[in-house]
Design a protein around this ligand. Sequence first.
Ligand code: C2E
Ligand code: CA
Ligand code: CA
Length: 497
Amino acid sequence: MPADQGADAGRHDRLLAGELTSYTLDKRLLDAAGQVLWCEVTAAAVPGPTDAVDCLIVHVQDVSRRREAELELANRALHDGLTGLPNRFLARQWLGNALDEDLGRSVGVLYCDLDRFKVVNDSLGHGAGDELLIEVARRFRGALRPADLASRVGGDEFVVICEGVTGEHELMSLAARLAASLDEPIMMGGQSHTVSVSIGAALGRAPDECDDVLVRADLALLRAKRSGRARTELFDVALDRVATRADLQLEDQLRASVASGQLRALYQPVVRLSDRTTVGHEALLRWQYDDHGLLTPDGFLPLAESSGLIRPIGWWMLRTACADTVAAGANWVAVNASPSQLAETTLVESVTAQLAASGLPPERLHLEVTESALMQASSRLIDELMELRRVGVGISLDDFGTGFSSLSLLRDLPVTTVKIDRSFVGPLLSDSSALAIVRAVVGMCGDLGLPVVAEGVETPEQYEALLELGCTHGQGYLFGRPAAVPTRSAGGAAVPS
Ligand code: C2E
Ligand code: CA
Ligand code: CA
Protein backbone atom coordinates (compact mmCIF):
# COMPACT_ATOMS: atom_id res chain seq x y z
CA MET A 1 0.00 0.00 0.00
CA PRO A 2 1.49 3.38 -0.90
CA ALA A 3 2.74 5.27 2.17
CA ASP A 4 0.33 8.16 1.76
CA GLN A 5 -2.76 5.95 1.86
CA GLY A 6 -4.18 5.89 5.33
CA ALA A 7 -1.57 8.41 6.46
CA ASP A 8 -4.31 10.61 7.82
CA ALA A 9 -6.18 7.91 9.75
CA GLY A 10 -4.42 8.61 13.07
CA ARG A 11 -4.76 12.35 12.71
CA HIS A 12 -8.40 12.05 11.71
CA ASP A 13 -9.14 10.18 14.94
CA ARG A 14 -7.24 12.76 16.98
CA LEU A 15 -9.16 15.54 15.27
CA LEU A 16 -12.50 13.92 16.17
CA ALA A 17 -11.27 13.36 19.73
CA GLY A 18 -10.45 17.07 20.03
CA GLU A 19 -6.68 16.47 20.41
CA LEU A 20 -5.93 18.37 17.22
CA THR A 21 -7.68 21.41 15.78
CA SER A 22 -6.50 20.87 12.21
CA TYR A 23 -3.97 19.04 10.04
CA THR A 24 -2.61 19.31 6.51
CA LEU A 25 -1.03 16.56 4.43
CA ASP A 26 -0.45 15.43 0.87
CA LYS A 27 -2.16 12.25 -0.36
CA ARG A 28 -3.31 10.64 -3.58
CA LEU A 29 -7.00 10.62 -4.44
CA LEU A 30 -8.93 9.35 -7.44
CA ASP A 31 -10.95 11.82 -9.46
CA ALA A 32 -14.32 11.01 -11.09
CA ALA A 33 -12.58 9.63 -14.18
CA GLY A 34 -10.45 7.29 -12.08
CA GLN A 35 -7.28 9.36 -12.54
CA VAL A 36 -4.83 9.60 -9.64
CA LEU A 37 -4.43 13.15 -8.34
CA TRP A 38 -1.97 14.34 -5.73
CA CYS A 39 -3.96 16.53 -3.34
CA GLU A 40 -3.22 18.65 -0.33
CA VAL A 41 -5.88 17.82 2.22
CA THR A 42 -6.55 20.21 5.09
CA ALA A 43 -9.07 19.16 7.73
CA ALA A 44 -10.24 21.42 10.55
CA ALA A 45 -12.63 20.63 13.39
CA VAL A 46 -15.51 22.97 14.16
CA PRO A 47 -16.53 22.69 17.82
CA GLY A 48 -20.25 22.60 18.64
CA PRO A 49 -21.91 24.30 21.65
CA THR A 50 -20.66 21.63 24.08
CA ASP A 51 -17.08 21.80 22.79
CA ALA A 52 -17.42 18.37 21.21
CA VAL A 53 -16.58 18.33 17.52
CA ASP A 54 -19.64 19.39 15.61
CA CYS A 55 -18.43 19.05 12.07
CA LEU A 56 -15.25 18.94 10.01
CA ILE A 57 -14.27 21.32 7.26
CA VAL A 58 -12.14 19.50 4.72
CA HIS A 59 -10.37 21.41 1.98
CA VAL A 60 -8.87 19.44 -0.90
CA GLN A 61 -6.56 21.10 -3.42
CA ASP A 62 -5.01 19.50 -6.49
CA VAL A 63 -1.23 19.88 -6.07
CA SER A 64 -0.13 17.51 -8.87
CA ARG A 65 2.00 20.17 -10.50
CA ARG A 66 3.83 20.87 -7.28
CA ARG A 67 4.50 17.12 -6.78
CA GLU A 68 5.88 16.87 -10.31
CA ALA A 69 8.17 19.80 -9.63
CA GLU A 70 9.32 18.10 -6.41
CA LEU A 71 10.22 14.88 -8.23
CA GLU A 72 12.06 16.91 -10.83
CA LEU A 73 13.89 18.77 -8.07
CA ALA A 74 14.98 15.53 -6.43
CA ASN A 75 16.24 14.21 -9.75
CA ARG A 76 18.06 17.45 -10.56
CA ALA A 77 19.64 17.49 -7.15
CA LEU A 78 21.42 14.24 -8.01
CA HIS A 79 22.08 14.51 -11.74
CA ASP A 80 23.75 16.82 -14.18
CA GLY A 81 21.09 18.26 -16.48
CA LEU A 82 23.25 18.32 -19.60
CA THR A 83 24.73 14.82 -19.72
CA GLY A 84 22.31 13.01 -17.43
CA LEU A 85 25.28 11.69 -15.44
CA PRO A 86 25.20 11.66 -11.63
CA ASN A 87 26.54 14.92 -10.16
CA ARG A 88 29.17 15.58 -7.50
CA PHE A 89 26.74 15.03 -4.67
CA LEU A 90 25.70 11.57 -5.85
CA ALA A 91 29.32 10.68 -6.71
CA ARG A 92 30.44 11.54 -3.17
CA GLN A 93 27.64 9.44 -1.73
CA TRP A 94 28.54 6.54 -3.98
CA LEU A 95 32.22 6.76 -3.08
CA GLY A 96 31.39 7.04 0.64
CA ASN A 97 29.26 3.89 0.44
CA ALA A 98 31.91 2.01 -1.55
CA LEU A 99 34.53 2.91 1.07
CA ASP A 100 32.19 1.92 3.91
CA GLU A 101 31.48 -1.48 2.45
CA ASP A 102 35.11 -2.59 2.72
CA LEU A 103 35.07 -5.75 0.65
CA GLY A 104 38.80 -6.13 1.19
CA ARG A 105 39.52 -4.52 -2.17
CA SER A 106 40.29 -0.95 -3.08
CA VAL A 107 38.06 1.70 -4.58
CA GLY A 108 39.63 3.60 -7.47
CA VAL A 109 38.90 7.23 -8.29
CA LEU A 110 39.75 8.76 -11.66
CA TYR A 111 39.50 12.55 -11.71
CA CYS A 112 39.25 13.55 -15.38
CA ASP A 113 39.55 17.02 -16.87
CA LEU A 114 39.27 17.70 -20.61
CA ASP A 115 42.29 19.48 -22.08
CA ARG A 116 41.70 22.95 -23.50
CA PHE A 117 37.94 22.77 -23.08
CA LYS A 118 37.85 26.52 -22.57
CA VAL A 119 39.30 27.01 -26.05
CA VAL A 120 36.48 24.92 -27.57
CA ASN A 121 33.89 26.91 -25.64
CA ASP A 122 35.37 30.28 -26.52
CA SER A 123 36.08 29.59 -30.19
CA LEU A 124 33.18 27.32 -31.19
CA GLY A 125 30.58 28.59 -28.74
CA HIS A 126 28.71 27.07 -25.80
CA GLY A 127 26.52 24.95 -28.07
CA ALA A 128 29.58 23.11 -29.37
CA GLY A 129 30.93 22.85 -25.81
CA ASP A 130 27.67 21.17 -24.77
CA GLU A 131 27.80 18.74 -27.69
CA LEU A 132 31.33 17.81 -26.68
CA LEU A 133 30.41 17.18 -23.04
CA ILE A 134 27.43 15.01 -24.01
CA GLU A 135 29.57 12.91 -26.35
CA VAL A 136 32.39 12.57 -23.79
CA ALA A 137 29.85 11.38 -21.22
CA ARG A 138 28.57 8.79 -23.71
CA ARG A 139 32.06 7.52 -24.52
CA PHE A 140 33.13 7.34 -20.88
CA ARG A 141 30.04 5.28 -20.06
CA GLY A 142 30.84 2.95 -22.93
CA ALA A 143 34.43 2.47 -21.79
CA LEU A 144 33.59 1.51 -18.21
CA ARG A 145 32.69 -1.75 -16.52
CA PRO A 146 28.98 -2.03 -15.64
CA ALA A 147 29.56 -1.45 -11.93
CA ASP A 148 31.69 1.69 -12.37
CA LEU A 149 30.13 5.10 -11.93
CA ALA A 150 30.89 8.08 -14.16
CA SER A 151 29.78 11.46 -12.85
CA ARG A 152 30.11 15.07 -14.00
CA VAL A 153 31.30 17.21 -11.11
CA GLY A 154 32.00 20.55 -12.78
CA GLY A 155 32.23 22.28 -16.18
CA ASP A 156 34.57 19.85 -17.92
CA GLU A 157 35.43 17.67 -14.93
CA PHE A 158 34.32 14.08 -14.58
CA VAL A 159 34.90 11.74 -11.67
CA VAL A 160 34.83 8.01 -12.27
CA ILE A 161 34.51 5.65 -9.31
CA CYS A 162 35.65 2.06 -9.80
CA GLU A 163 34.72 -0.38 -7.07
CA GLY A 164 36.57 -3.62 -6.41
CA VAL A 165 39.89 -2.66 -7.99
CA THR A 166 42.76 -5.05 -7.31
CA GLY A 167 45.48 -2.40 -7.35
CA GLU A 168 47.28 0.41 -9.13
CA HIS A 169 47.81 -1.61 -12.27
CA GLU A 170 44.11 -2.27 -12.82
CA LEU A 171 43.19 1.37 -12.07
CA MET A 172 45.77 2.68 -14.53
CA SER A 173 44.48 0.36 -17.25
CA LEU A 174 40.92 1.63 -16.65
CA ALA A 175 42.26 5.18 -16.97
CA ALA A 176 43.95 4.23 -20.24
CA ARG A 177 40.61 2.89 -21.53
CA LEU A 178 38.89 6.17 -20.69
CA ALA A 179 41.58 8.20 -22.43
CA ALA A 180 41.46 5.90 -25.49
CA SER A 181 37.69 6.33 -25.75
CA LEU A 182 38.39 9.91 -26.92
CA ASP A 183 40.82 8.85 -29.66
CA GLU A 184 38.16 9.01 -32.39
CA PRO A 185 37.44 12.66 -33.34
CA ILE A 186 34.20 14.19 -32.02
CA MET A 187 31.69 16.15 -34.13
CA MET A 188 31.11 19.64 -32.80
CA GLY A 189 29.27 22.42 -34.56
CA GLY A 190 29.33 20.38 -37.78
CA GLN A 191 33.10 19.77 -37.72
CA SER A 192 35.19 16.97 -36.28
CA HIS A 193 37.69 17.74 -33.53
CA THR A 194 40.15 15.74 -31.50
CA VAL A 195 40.10 16.14 -27.73
CA SER A 196 42.24 14.70 -24.98
CA VAL A 197 41.83 14.27 -21.25
CA SER A 198 44.13 14.56 -18.23
CA ILE A 199 43.46 12.11 -15.43
CA GLY A 200 44.44 11.94 -11.77
CA ALA A 201 44.11 8.48 -10.24
CA ALA A 202 43.94 7.52 -6.57
CA LEU A 203 43.07 4.42 -4.61
CA GLY A 204 41.20 4.38 -1.35
CA ARG A 205 40.01 1.73 1.06
CA ALA A 206 38.14 1.63 4.35
CA PRO A 207 38.45 3.56 6.63
CA ASP A 208 39.55 6.37 4.25
CA GLU A 209 37.27 9.40 4.10
CA CYS A 210 35.63 9.99 0.74
CA ASP A 211 36.78 13.62 0.52
CA ASP A 212 40.39 12.61 1.22
CA VAL A 213 40.38 10.15 -1.68
CA LEU A 214 38.87 12.80 -3.98
CA VAL A 215 41.53 15.32 -2.93
CA ARG A 216 44.26 12.77 -3.68
CA ALA A 217 42.88 12.16 -7.17
CA ASP A 218 42.57 15.92 -7.70
CA LEU A 219 46.18 16.49 -6.67
CA ALA A 220 47.31 13.80 -9.08
CA LEU A 221 45.24 15.52 -11.78
CA LEU A 222 47.03 18.79 -11.08
CA ARG A 223 50.34 17.07 -11.69
CA ALA A 224 49.05 15.50 -14.91
CA LYS A 225 48.01 18.95 -16.14
CA ARG A 226 51.29 20.54 -15.13
CA SER A 227 53.41 17.89 -16.79
CA GLY A 228 51.91 18.47 -20.21
CA ARG A 229 48.25 17.28 -20.29
CA ALA A 230 46.81 14.23 -22.02
CA ARG A 231 48.35 12.03 -19.33
CA THR A 232 47.38 10.07 -16.28
CA GLU A 233 49.17 10.49 -12.95
CA LEU A 234 48.78 8.25 -9.94
CA PHE A 235 48.66 9.85 -6.50
CA ASP A 236 51.62 9.25 -4.23
CA VAL A 237 52.42 10.46 -0.75
CA ALA A 238 54.97 13.07 -1.90
CA LEU A 239 52.11 14.94 -3.57
CA ASP A 240 50.21 15.00 -0.30
CA ARG A 241 53.05 16.74 1.52
CA VAL A 242 53.35 19.49 -1.07
CA ALA A 243 49.65 20.21 -0.90
CA THR A 244 49.55 20.27 2.84
CA ARG A 245 52.41 22.72 2.92
CA ALA A 246 50.69 25.10 0.47
CA ASP A 247 47.45 24.86 2.43
CA LEU A 248 49.19 25.56 5.73
CA GLN A 249 50.82 28.64 4.25
CA LEU A 250 47.53 29.95 2.95
CA GLU A 251 45.91 29.22 6.30
CA ASP A 252 48.64 31.22 8.10
CA GLN A 253 48.11 34.12 5.74
CA LEU A 254 44.35 34.02 6.18
CA ARG A 255 44.75 33.95 9.96
CA ALA A 256 47.05 36.97 9.79
CA SER A 257 44.58 38.77 7.49
CA VAL A 258 41.76 38.36 9.97
CA ALA A 259 43.91 40.00 12.62
CA SER A 260 45.32 42.76 10.41
CA GLY A 261 42.05 43.91 8.87
CA GLN A 262 42.39 42.58 5.34
CA LEU A 263 38.84 41.29 5.15
CA ARG A 264 36.24 43.35 3.32
CA ALA A 265 32.45 43.32 3.22
CA LEU A 266 30.70 44.15 -0.06
CA TYR A 267 26.97 44.79 -0.35
CA GLN A 268 24.73 43.68 -3.17
CA PRO A 269 21.22 45.16 -3.46
CA VAL A 270 18.07 43.04 -3.25
CA VAL A 271 15.25 44.71 -5.19
CA ARG A 272 11.47 44.47 -5.19
CA LEU A 273 10.68 43.33 -8.72
CA SER A 274 7.46 45.28 -9.16
CA ASP A 275 9.26 48.65 -9.11
CA ARG A 276 12.95 47.71 -8.87
CA THR A 277 13.31 49.52 -5.56
CA THR A 278 16.23 48.40 -3.40
CA VAL A 279 14.73 46.92 -0.24
CA GLY A 280 17.90 45.58 1.40
CA HIS A 281 21.36 44.14 0.81
CA GLU A 282 23.28 40.91 1.10
CA ALA A 283 26.74 41.23 2.68
CA LEU A 284 29.41 39.31 0.74
CA LEU A 285 32.87 38.54 2.03
CA ARG A 286 36.13 39.43 0.25
CA TRP A 287 39.76 38.91 1.21
CA GLN A 288 42.22 41.63 0.28
CA TYR A 289 45.14 39.22 -0.11
CA ASP A 290 48.38 41.16 -0.57
CA ASP A 291 48.69 42.00 -4.25
CA HIS A 292 46.38 39.21 -5.40
CA GLY A 293 43.49 41.70 -5.34
CA LEU A 294 40.09 41.06 -3.78
CA LEU A 295 39.56 37.31 -3.55
CA THR A 296 36.00 35.94 -3.69
CA PRO A 297 35.00 33.41 -1.03
CA ASP A 298 35.04 30.36 -3.33
CA GLY A 299 38.85 30.47 -3.23
CA PHE A 300 39.27 30.49 0.54
CA LEU A 301 35.97 29.60 2.23
CA PRO A 302 36.59 25.82 2.21
CA LEU A 303 39.96 26.42 3.88
CA ALA A 304 38.41 28.84 6.36
CA GLU A 305 35.75 26.24 7.16
CA SER A 306 38.16 23.31 7.57
CA SER A 307 40.62 25.31 9.71
CA GLY A 308 37.95 26.75 11.98
CA LEU A 309 38.88 30.31 10.92
CA ILE A 310 35.38 30.73 9.52
CA ARG A 311 34.08 31.37 13.02
CA PRO A 312 36.07 34.54 13.77
CA ILE A 313 35.58 35.55 10.12
CA GLY A 314 31.83 34.99 10.35
CA TRP A 315 31.47 37.06 13.51
CA TRP A 316 33.66 39.79 12.01
CA MET A 317 31.30 39.83 9.04
CA LEU A 318 28.18 40.07 11.18
CA ARG A 319 29.65 42.89 13.26
CA THR A 320 30.84 44.79 10.17
CA ALA A 321 27.59 44.32 8.23
CA CYS A 322 25.47 45.57 11.16
CA ALA A 323 27.71 48.60 11.70
CA ASP A 324 27.88 49.48 7.97
CA THR A 325 24.11 49.20 7.64
CA VAL A 326 23.53 51.56 10.55
CA ALA A 327 26.17 54.00 9.24
CA ALA A 328 24.73 54.02 5.71
CA GLY A 329 21.14 54.31 6.91
CA ALA A 330 20.33 51.31 4.72
CA ASN A 331 17.23 49.26 5.30
CA TRP A 332 18.17 45.68 6.14
CA VAL A 333 21.20 43.47 5.63
CA ALA A 334 21.37 39.73 4.99
CA VAL A 335 24.44 37.94 6.36
CA ASN A 336 25.47 34.43 5.38
CA ALA A 337 25.82 32.01 8.29
CA SER A 338 28.35 29.20 7.91
CA PRO A 339 27.71 25.66 9.18
CA SER A 340 30.34 26.20 11.93
CA GLN A 341 28.62 29.34 13.16
CA LEU A 342 25.29 27.54 13.20
CA ALA A 343 26.88 24.74 15.23
CA GLU A 344 27.85 27.13 18.03
CA THR A 345 25.70 26.69 21.09
CA THR A 346 25.78 30.44 21.71
CA LEU A 347 24.30 31.38 18.33
CA VAL A 348 21.38 33.42 19.70
CA GLU A 349 23.50 35.25 22.29
CA SER A 350 26.22 36.01 19.72
CA VAL A 351 23.76 37.43 17.20
CA THR A 352 21.85 39.51 19.74
CA ALA A 353 25.12 40.81 21.21
CA GLN A 354 26.26 42.04 17.78
CA LEU A 355 22.89 43.68 17.20
CA ALA A 356 23.06 45.45 20.54
CA ALA A 357 26.64 46.59 19.94
CA SER A 358 25.80 48.12 16.56
CA GLY A 359 22.38 49.49 17.46
CA LEU A 360 20.79 47.71 14.47
CA PRO A 361 17.20 46.68 15.28
CA PRO A 362 16.75 42.87 14.91
CA GLU A 363 14.10 43.33 12.19
CA ARG A 364 16.82 44.81 9.99
CA LEU A 365 19.01 41.70 10.06
CA HIS A 366 18.41 38.55 8.02
CA LEU A 367 20.49 35.45 8.58
CA GLU A 368 21.02 33.41 5.40
CA VAL A 369 21.10 29.68 6.02
CA THR A 370 21.63 27.33 3.09
CA GLU A 371 19.03 24.76 2.29
CA SER A 372 21.46 21.91 2.95
CA ALA A 373 22.42 23.33 6.37
CA LEU A 374 18.77 23.61 7.31
CA MET A 375 18.03 20.09 6.11
CA GLN A 376 20.72 18.68 8.38
CA ALA A 377 19.79 20.99 11.22
CA SER A 378 19.57 19.52 14.69
CA SER A 379 16.47 20.23 16.73
CA ARG A 380 18.66 22.55 18.82
CA LEU A 381 19.46 24.63 15.75
CA ILE A 382 15.79 24.76 14.70
CA ASP A 383 14.93 25.98 18.23
CA GLU A 384 17.63 28.64 18.05
CA LEU A 385 16.44 29.86 14.67
CA MET A 386 12.89 30.00 16.06
CA GLU A 387 14.24 32.03 18.96
CA LEU A 388 15.98 34.44 16.56
CA ARG A 389 12.72 34.81 14.68
CA ARG A 390 10.89 35.58 17.90
CA VAL A 391 13.43 38.31 18.59
CA GLY A 392 12.68 39.70 15.12
CA VAL A 393 15.65 38.50 13.05
CA GLY A 394 14.68 37.27 9.57
CA ILE A 395 15.81 33.83 8.37
CA SER A 396 16.45 33.38 4.63
CA LEU A 397 16.60 29.94 3.08
CA ASP A 398 19.61 30.35 0.76
CA ASP A 399 20.43 28.51 -2.48
CA PHE A 400 16.98 26.90 -2.54
CA GLY A 401 16.72 24.07 -5.05
CA THR A 402 20.25 22.75 -4.60
CA GLY A 403 19.44 20.55 -1.61
CA PHE A 404 16.77 17.98 -1.12
CA SER A 405 13.94 19.68 0.66
CA SER A 406 10.57 19.00 -0.73
CA LEU A 407 8.53 22.11 -1.26
CA SER A 408 5.99 21.05 1.31
CA LEU A 409 8.71 21.20 4.00
CA LEU A 410 8.68 24.97 3.66
CA ARG A 411 5.54 24.93 5.77
CA ASP A 412 7.41 23.65 8.80
CA LEU A 413 10.71 25.53 8.61
CA PRO A 414 11.37 28.74 10.54
CA VAL A 415 12.05 30.80 7.42
CA THR A 416 10.89 34.27 6.46
CA THR A 417 12.33 34.47 2.92
CA VAL A 418 13.28 31.92 0.25
CA LYS A 419 16.15 32.56 -2.17
CA ILE A 420 16.00 30.59 -5.41
CA ASP A 421 19.46 29.47 -6.44
CA ARG A 422 20.87 31.10 -9.53
CA SER A 423 21.29 27.76 -11.29
CA PHE A 424 17.50 27.93 -11.91
CA VAL A 425 17.42 31.60 -12.85
CA GLY A 426 20.20 31.39 -15.47
CA PRO A 427 18.44 28.84 -17.71
CA LEU A 428 14.92 30.14 -16.97
CA LEU A 429 14.17 30.95 -20.60
CA SER A 430 15.85 27.92 -22.16
CA ASP A 431 15.03 25.08 -19.77
CA SER A 432 11.37 24.24 -19.24
CA SER A 433 12.01 22.21 -16.10
CA ALA A 434 13.88 25.13 -14.48
CA LEU A 435 10.85 27.25 -15.32
CA ALA A 436 8.45 24.68 -13.85
CA ILE A 437 10.47 24.52 -10.65
CA VAL A 438 10.64 28.29 -10.22
CA ARG A 439 6.89 28.46 -10.87
CA ALA A 440 6.23 25.80 -8.22
CA VAL A 441 8.50 27.47 -5.65
CA VAL A 442 6.96 30.88 -6.26
CA GLY A 443 3.47 29.37 -6.04
CA MET A 444 4.18 27.52 -2.82
CA CYS A 445 5.80 30.59 -1.22
CA GLY A 446 2.90 32.73 -2.40
CA ASP A 447 0.49 30.38 -0.60
CA LEU A 448 2.59 30.65 2.54
CA GLY A 449 2.99 34.42 2.23
CA LEU A 450 6.79 34.17 2.00
CA PRO A 451 8.75 36.63 -0.19
CA VAL A 452 10.95 34.93 -2.82
CA VAL A 453 14.27 36.36 -3.96
CA ALA A 454 15.52 35.11 -7.35
CA GLU A 455 19.34 35.08 -7.30
CA GLY A 456 21.66 35.83 -10.20
CA VAL A 457 19.27 37.89 -12.34
CA GLU A 458 21.44 39.10 -15.21
CA THR A 459 19.16 39.95 -18.15
CA PRO A 460 16.00 42.01 -18.70
CA GLU A 461 14.38 38.86 -20.17
CA GLN A 462 14.95 36.92 -16.94
CA TYR A 463 13.56 39.89 -15.03
CA GLU A 464 10.39 39.97 -17.17
CA ALA A 465 9.90 36.22 -16.83
CA LEU A 466 10.28 36.35 -13.04
CA LEU A 467 7.86 39.23 -12.78
CA GLU A 468 5.34 37.28 -14.82
CA LEU A 469 5.76 34.21 -12.61
CA GLY A 470 4.89 36.33 -9.59
CA CYS A 471 8.33 36.24 -8.01
CA THR A 472 8.51 39.13 -5.54
CA HIS A 473 12.23 40.00 -5.27
CA GLY A 474 15.46 39.72 -7.19
CA GLN A 475 19.21 40.03 -6.77
CA GLY A 476 21.81 40.01 -9.53
CA TYR A 477 24.12 41.96 -11.78
CA LEU A 478 21.11 43.43 -13.62
CA PHE A 479 20.17 45.36 -10.48
CA GLY A 480 23.61 45.95 -9.01
CA ARG A 481 26.96 44.30 -8.38
CA PRO A 482 28.41 43.86 -4.90
CA ALA A 483 29.74 47.30 -3.81
CA ALA A 484 31.70 48.71 -0.88
CA VAL A 485 28.80 50.62 0.69
CA PRO A 486 25.14 49.61 0.99
CA THR A 487 23.07 52.13 -0.90
CA ARG A 488 20.43 53.97 1.05
CA SER A 489 17.13 52.20 0.48
CA ALA A 490 14.02 53.79 -0.84
CA GLY A 491 10.70 52.53 0.43
CA GLY A 492 11.87 51.91 3.93
CA ALA A 493 9.98 48.72 4.69
CA ALA A 494 11.92 46.77 7.30
CA VAL A 495 11.28 43.43 5.61
CA PRO A 496 10.96 42.77 1.90
CA SER A 497 7.41 43.58 1.01
P1 C2E B 1 25.61 33.23 -2.20
O1 C2E B 1 25.18 33.36 -0.78
O2 C2E B 1 24.69 32.47 -3.10
O3 C2E B 1 25.87 34.70 -2.75
C1 C2E B 1 25.55 35.11 -4.03
C2 C2E B 1 26.75 34.99 -4.95
O4 C2E B 1 26.32 35.22 -6.29
C3 C2E B 1 27.82 36.04 -4.69
O5 C2E B 1 29.09 35.46 -5.00
C4 C2E B 1 27.48 37.11 -5.71
O6 C2E B 1 28.57 37.95 -6.03
C5 C2E B 1 27.06 36.25 -6.88
N1 C2E B 1 26.18 36.95 -7.80
C6 C2E B 1 25.29 37.92 -7.52
N2 C2E B 1 24.62 38.30 -8.60
C7 C2E B 1 25.06 37.54 -9.63
C8 C2E B 1 24.74 37.46 -11.02
O7 C2E B 1 23.89 38.16 -11.55
N3 C2E B 1 25.41 36.53 -11.75
C9 C2E B 1 26.36 35.72 -11.21
N4 C2E B 1 26.98 34.85 -11.99
N5 C2E B 1 26.69 35.77 -9.89
C10 C2E B 1 26.05 36.67 -9.11
P2 C2E B 1 30.34 35.60 -4.03
O8 C2E B 1 30.37 36.96 -3.42
O9 C2E B 1 31.53 35.14 -4.79
O10 C2E B 1 30.01 34.59 -2.87
C11 C2E B 1 29.97 33.21 -3.10
C12 C2E B 1 29.41 32.46 -1.92
O11 C2E B 1 30.28 32.55 -0.79
C13 C2E B 1 28.07 33.01 -1.44
O12 C2E B 1 27.05 32.52 -2.26
C14 C2E B 1 28.04 32.47 -0.02
O13 C2E B 1 27.61 31.14 0.00
C15 C2E B 1 29.50 32.51 0.39
N6 C2E B 1 29.74 33.69 1.22
C16 C2E B 1 29.90 34.98 0.85
N7 C2E B 1 30.11 35.77 1.93
C17 C2E B 1 30.06 34.96 3.02
C18 C2E B 1 30.20 35.18 4.44
O14 C2E B 1 30.37 36.29 4.95
N8 C2E B 1 30.10 34.08 5.24
C19 C2E B 1 29.87 32.85 4.73
N9 C2E B 1 29.78 31.82 5.59
N10 C2E B 1 29.73 32.61 3.41
C20 C2E B 1 29.83 33.66 2.56
CA1 CA C 1 23.65 34.05 0.44
CA1 CA D 1 22.55 32.05 -2.61
